[in-house]
Design a protein around this ligand. Structure first.
Ligand SMILES: Cc1cc2nc3c(=O)[nH]c(=O)nc-3n(C[C@H](O)[C@H](O)[C@H](O)COP(=O)(O)OP(=O)(O)OC[C@H]3O[C@@H](n4cnc5c(N)ncnc54)[C@H](O)[C@@H]3O)c2cc1C
Length: 496
């Protein structure tokens, strides 16, 4: 197990992260990343602490040492519950606001390693590579990010028909020792803070796209990997007091450019195989185990949001009004559904004949579509309950230290139960969840992190729902009555 300090040290390497026109010398000391890096470090500390030894670790079968539960291969329903509880501990540490914490891609790697036979269809060595990579990442406790979709250039054409066939990341050269990859892939959430990046394509590929039909992982500091990062939200925020979430939990998103990156064969899992590129996600339990974490994380965030809504209502003294309780009840229902469907997916888990279990896709994919759909409604309820309170706050904590207006703040910004400072903290926290740029990015995240609703999440829910059972009910009902024989209408014949 790594601790937080060791994790932070591992980030001080030759990674190429670009921001504001400059290359970042050290992400652990740059204002855009340092607080988020520390938040991730605190997760490693949490997992490594003796208090969490039972909940957050299991014994590596290779080294005999304790390793992080996010690498546990679920072989029994109890293993799934253990994974769920460990995800919850980490999600609660960041209030569900760091979606791609290290346990996310770890789940995908577990799913891959449970089905090396799928990768071996491309050649026996690929199955060995995927297992060896999983073991290495597990035993070194590494943080892997991933980029699975091509940049939005021209979505009407497949990868190989783009104006330049090396725009989307793909193989440009094969050598004895490995392959050379060029092009871009997105969206590398957490990539600047990770140790490794996994690249493949979850977007369906077509015949002709073989150069893009690959799957591999490299250290994030590999020569030729460049990260172009969107505007960071921690920069420009005057303090944690003013932006408690933007400052600490901005995990960042990056466009990853691969400029003739050499990938040794032992790090290649799929090579020029369109069908296998799709199969790795859906014929293995990778997508389900990875998104299990995502949904535990979302359930935690939904509880945070519901709790914040009640605190806001209390601050304004309206929590006993039935109309306000109706809104809180709506939030409570969404939150209960978010958490309940994870429990349903675990309780009704699928037992694979190969000796492992995975979350039930009916509930997992139904949950995925639902949360992407109602997260916006949850935010709106929080907005509705807050009124203008989120804007009746001073511009910065510094105003509390201005002798001229400090007495005004104490007098006018308060609640029956809260003084000026506590009320300001509460409403600034709410703003950072619904109104700040960080909040806007989160709304986008919940809508898209598992794909778009139109093209992917609804179709996954459709494919995995038990329509056979559902239509059997309808058919049984239809079969329970028939066309009546000719004769007078029995209802009219009965008379008044
Ligand atoms: C904050 C955030 C973080 C993310 N983090 C990661 C990450 O860590 N790793 C990663 O790999 N990806 C990540 N993603 C990317 C995510 O996987 C994609 O956003 C998602 O797959 C949708 O792809 P896209 O954004 O290219 O949208 P597009 O595919 O361009 O689609 C955008 C919209 O266009 C419409 N549309 C496009 N094509 C069709 C069609 N054929 N039929 C119907 N409608 C269509 C739909 O309305 C769709 O919602 C992240 C995204 C966000 C927003």
């Amino acid at each position: 197990m790594r601790n937080g300090r060791e994790y932070l040290e591992s980030l001080r390497d030759d990674r190429r992260v670009y921001i504001g026109g400059e290359r970042v010398a050290d992400v652990t000391r740059h204002p855009a990343f340092e607080h988020a890096a520390r938040s991730i470090a605190s997760l490693y500390d949490l997992a490594a602490s003796p208090d969490h030894r039972d909940a957050m670790t299991f014994t590596s079968p290779r080294t005999g040492e304790p390793v992080n539960v996010s690498f546990l291969m679920p072989r029994t329903p109890a293993d799934l519950v253990k994974r769920r509880e460990a995800h919850r501990v980490w999600a609660e540490a960041t209030y569900g606001l760091m979606g791609r914490s290290p346990d996310h891609v770890a789940g995908f790697l577990v799913g891959f390693a449970l089905r090396p036979d799928v990768f071996a269809r491309g050649g026996a060595e690929f199955g060995d590579h995927v297992v060896a990579y999983y073991e290495q990442v597990r035993d070194r406790d590494l943080y892997v990010s991933y980029v699975l979709i091509p940049p939005q250039i021209d979505r009407s054409k497949p990868a190989h028909q783009q104006v330049d066939p090396t725009l989307y990341a793909g193989v440009v050269e094969e050598r004895d020792g490995g392959i050379v990859v060029s092009g871009a892939q997105v969206l590398g959430t957490g990539a600047p803070l990770s140790d490794e990046v996994f690249l493949s394509s979850i977007v369906p590929l077509r015949p002709g796209d073989e150069n893009h039909a690959i799957s591999f992982a490299v250290p994030i500091a590999t020569p030729g990997v460049r990260m172009i990062v969107r505007r960071p939200y921690a920069v420009g925020a005057p303090s944690v007091f003013d932006y408690p979430l933007s400052t600490r939990f901005d995990e960042t998103d990056a466009v990853l450019v691969f400029d003739r990156v050499f990938v040794p064969w032992e790090r290649v899992f799929i090579y020029r195989d369109v069908k296998l590129t799709e199969a790795q996600f859906y014929e293995t339990p990778a997508h389900l185990i990875g998104n299990h974490q995502a949904q535990v994380r979302f359930a935690t965030k939904s509880r945070f949001l519901a709790g914040l809504a009640l605190r806001i209502a209390e601050a304004n003294g309206v929590e006993k009004i039935p109309a306000v309780q109706t809104l809180l009840g709506e939030l409570a229902s969404y939150s209960a559904m978010a958490g309940g469907l994870v429990i349903a997916a675990d309780t009704e888990c699928i037992h694979d004949p190969r000796g492992f279990v995975y979350p039930n896709p009916t509930y997992l994919y139904g949950n995925g579509w639902l949360q992407a759909t109602y997260y916006g409604t949850m935010l709106n309820i929080l907005r509705e309950l807050s009124g203008s309170g989120m804007l009746q706050v001073p511009s910065s904590y510094r105003d509390f230290h201005n002798a001229e207006i400090a007495p005004d703040l104490e007098r006018f910004i308060r609640s029956p139960r809260l003084g000026a400072v506590d009320r300001t903290k509460l409403f600034k926290l709410a703003w950072d969840l619904v109104g700040s740029e960080f909040a806007g990015r989160h709304a986008q995240y919940e809508l898209f992190y598992a794909g778009s609703r139109a093209m992917t999440t609804s179709l996954r829910a459709y494919r995995h729902y038990d329509f056979t059972g559902a239509t059997a009910l309808v058919d049984r009902c239809l079969a329970s009555y028939d066309l009546p024989p000719a004769g007078p209408d029995p209802l009219l014949a009965r008379g008044p």
